[in-house]
Each structure stands twice: as C-alpha cells, then as structure tokens.
Design a protein around this ligand. Sequence first.
Ligand code: CUA
Length: 342
Amino acid sequence: MNELLRRMLFLPEQASTFAQDVDHLHYFVIIVTMVSSAAVGLVALGFFWKYRRRSEDQTTPFVAPTAIFEVLAVSVPLAFFLAWFAIGFRDFVKLSSPPPDAMDVYVMGKQWMWKFAYPDGPSSVGVLHVPANRPVRLLITSRDVIHSVFIPAFRVKMDAQPGRYTETWFTATKPGRYQILCTEYCGAQHSKMWGEVVVMAPEAFDEWIKEQQRGLVARADVLADESQVSIQGSLAQWGKQVAVAQGCLRCHNVSGTESATGPSWVDLYQQPTRLADGREIIADEAYLTESMMEPNVKIVAGYQPLMPNYQGKISGPEAAALVEYIKSLRSDRTQQATGGEE
Ligand code: CUA
C-alpha cells in the first residue's frame, strides 16, 4: 500500500526514519482532499442535472439548511485541518530535536558546491559519507549567499545562511547513494549545486573514517588553503589556532577562571546563559556563531558590549573550528573531546 501510493505520487525512495512519517501525512492529506474534491465535483454535476430549469416561468425555491448541517460543514473540515496540524507539528518537533548522541557533520554551502567536515578530521567536497542506522546531525552554514540543503530521499531540508548555523538531523536506513540538492535560488549555477550522500553500513563507515584520519596525519603539515577550504587535522585544534591568531583569548579565558572582559569559554557549550535583557538562552552552536558575527545581538548579563564584530574577518570553516574548540573545553577531564587540550 505504502509502496503503491509512493509510486503513484512520484515520491523518491524512503531512506530515512523521517521518510515514512512525512509520507504518511502526505498520503493522508492527499487522499482526503482528492476524495472530498471528487465528491464535491460529482455532487455538483448531479445537482446541475437534477435541479435544472425545466420551464421559463419556474422559480427557484428558498432552501434553508438545518443547524446540524451547518455545524457539520464547519466542524468536519476543521477536524481534518487540526489533525493534520497536530501530526505535522509532532513530526516538526521530531525533525528539530536531534538526539544527544548524534554524530555531527559540518556542512558549508558556497557558490556552487557543498563541503562537509567531520569534527575529528576529514572533510570532503560534494560527497557526504554517513553510517546507516545512526543519527547524524548536520550543522549548516554558508560562505556567501543563502542556500538550502535538501536530501529528498531522507525528506529533510534546511536553509544554509551566511554567518550563522542552522541544524537538522536524520537517521539513514538503507546503504546506498542519494542526491543532495540546493533548494534556494543562489545564482547562475544553482541548478548544478548538487552533491551525494553515501550511506554506508556502520562497520564500513567506521573503517572509512579511520582510513581518512590516517590520511590526515600523513598530510598534517599542509595548511588549510582558503580557496580550497579543506579542513586539516582536528577541527578543535585548528579552532585553537584561530582563537590565538584572532586574539580571542585576550578577553576570553580557557582556564576556568572568570575574567572581567568576556565570558570564559570553559564549560560554555550547552550552558544556560542569562542575558543583559533578562532572557535566558542555551549556548549552542547557533548562539556561539551569532556571538562572533553579530556580538551585540545577545549580551551576556554582567558584561559590556565590547566584543568586535568578526563578520567577514573569519570564514565559515574558521567559525566552525572555533565552535568545536569551545565545545572541547570541558572542566571535567573525562569529558574532554577530541584534542581540545593539544
Ligand atoms: Cu545553492 Cu541554490
């Protein structure tokens, strides 16, 4: 039944845990609306025939619907709309809540290609390798204009915006190769801005990533060339270099003591933070990036708005590296992420 409907509606293959949920809602909406509009059309045709004018002096009788008919005419469509909203909202919440154990991949769009980087090293252009049956979170940004990552077989789509991070996640279900498309008109080559997800069996993926890391060690001395934006070594290690080069550590300390100029980076990631305007936010990737690019949007309570704006001064991958570096700064040594101390 599922397969038949999928083919009838020309939907792509279902290759993630979201695909069935999204398609079931799609079938529900399509079937109800198609059946209803067909019924309305047929009844209208029948009435044209049944109530046609039979003579020149025939008058139209006055018909008043009963109260129960009016109540039904409003409540039945309303019930369907509310049901669709409830199901859609449930799916949306699921799509917006990556599980904590998801594997992170940084995605950067630029005219006109996709780049992917794993926190522990490898990066690639155009091809995203992921394991099957494990949740993967995409942290998405753009180096120039707005793009949008769309993986039709997974039924996930998320905008890529310069200067900030957006996120989405999926669990791929079937090894194979699936298209990645850009769905935001981004210039002359927009229609050619595609990539590919390669879903691998989990063991094959582990093998692949080890292979990639071995390759990285071999070319560890090659510097990240901005025109190539190949991200070398551990992102967190690179982030530390960026922090030193950009002078971040003059105001932010990484030793765990508070300083007067800027908030400490130790344990900052995922920490609830009170702002000067009274709001409380969680210091996630989106907040950390925004603080680099538009520092005056959210001022932490107790600090002055002294932070300079780094929009245009640090690139998307450098911002990603800084975020990874901050994420690696945990006071609990057992939680230390990849190479943050190095
Ligand atoms: Cu990138 Cu369209």
